[in-house]
Ligand binder design. Sequence first.
Ligand code: 5AD
Ligand code: SF4
Length: 453
Amino acid sequence: MNVYDSRIIAQILSENGYKETADKKNADVIIVNTCSVREHAEQRAIGRIGELQDLRKENPGILIGVVGCMAQNLGNSIKGADFVVGPSGYRKLPQIIVQSLESRVQSSKKKLTTHNSQSCIEQTDELYSDIFPESKDGITAFVSVMRGCDNFCSYCIVPYVRGQARSRPPEDILKEIELLSSKGIKKITLLGQSVNEYSYNGVNFPHLLRLIDGTGVPWINFTTSHPKNMSQELIDAIRDGEKICEWLHLPMQSGANEILKKMGRGYTKEKYLDWIHKTRKSIPEVSITTDILVGFPGESEKNFNETLEVIKEVRFDSAYMFKYSERPHTKAYNMKPKVPEEMRIERLEELINIQNKITREKNSELIGTTQEVLVLGKSKRGNSLYGRTRQNKVVLFNGKASPGDFIKVKIKELRGWTPYGELLSKKEPLITRINTNLPETEHLEKLQGENVA
Ligand code: 5AD
Ligand code: SF4
């Protein structure tokens, strides 16, 4: 969401005559977009803002602004910021930048060494619906379909810093996607804190997916879905959607009902497992990923083991795993007993070890298969290329292809735990989701026409 918001900010500023630079030494204004979901994220942002202060020596005119959730959470108490703007205030940035410059001029006239920082941290129902940011890499793009969250999970700061859930009109979403598609964007990821809660004038999320399936963008992903808002209708929309990729990110958080209840998640382990089962039954090739949080207040050894059991049972394709971090405003902040920090770390390590093994085993199941891959660029070490499958898995390969191409890769082995393969001829029929309503040859022609670069 923050990556997308940074593009919104870039769009607003470029419409006001600003240009982006990749080199911070050339910058007149630096904007740090921050997250506050865990304390660690805030500490890193504070560290980064501290490091940026050195630039003031060489360029005393520079403005350093802090935006995003931490700006909303900490406001003017953030040291080293000339301005502070929360997630709903980005339209005011051009005005705030000018005010910050004026305030600096005033202070220097009065020979003050510091000047007051400007801020905008009102919560509004801002959707930025008319702002269509550009893709950064020219191949993939995010599109926000809703902002904010009303779920108030007891550990989570998001509802306090991003405000109430509000959905964007489908017309604006479709317009933004068509615009991206006309610029040759190959993959769109729809964003929302609880994306499957989307609702606008009777259009729910599965309905929205079906509408987007009719646009020109070849691949569509979405994140993050909330288990309490799962429905067979959503599963059917993924199954039927030719462009909707077979990847579901469904944060489980904990495998213990007692903890899920204290987290206020609105589902039980049994209900969660039922959705996994239903999804896999309808879409056998689906990849399912999750978020797990360990060390929540009151999490006993037994509760933690219940989570490990579910992890082993579900066998997620991969997982983001976190240790619980106390967040201000939240209900869990005062919940007791706290799990000691060392135990949080131990549990996290144990969980990561188990899940990593499963992730590797899941990836090794791809060996011998042929995958449709969207080429994204050179690998980090630079001696092969990389891309992603429809299941959102990274694949490395060698061969001649350009970023943005859709290709077929025959998976040969794992390198580390990343599937590695060789590029097959681009002209061969693509193995992809098959729209079973079409006769075999017709859907292949259609896919080749649309997807083969
Ligand atoms: N501490 C640790 N992790 C958290 N998350 C949200 N709040 C906290 C917190 N207080 C995790 C959840 C969520 C992901 C985005 O961040 O797992 O799904
Ligand atoms: Fe936070 Fe829960 Fe909303 Fe996700 S659904 S953003 S965890 S409050």
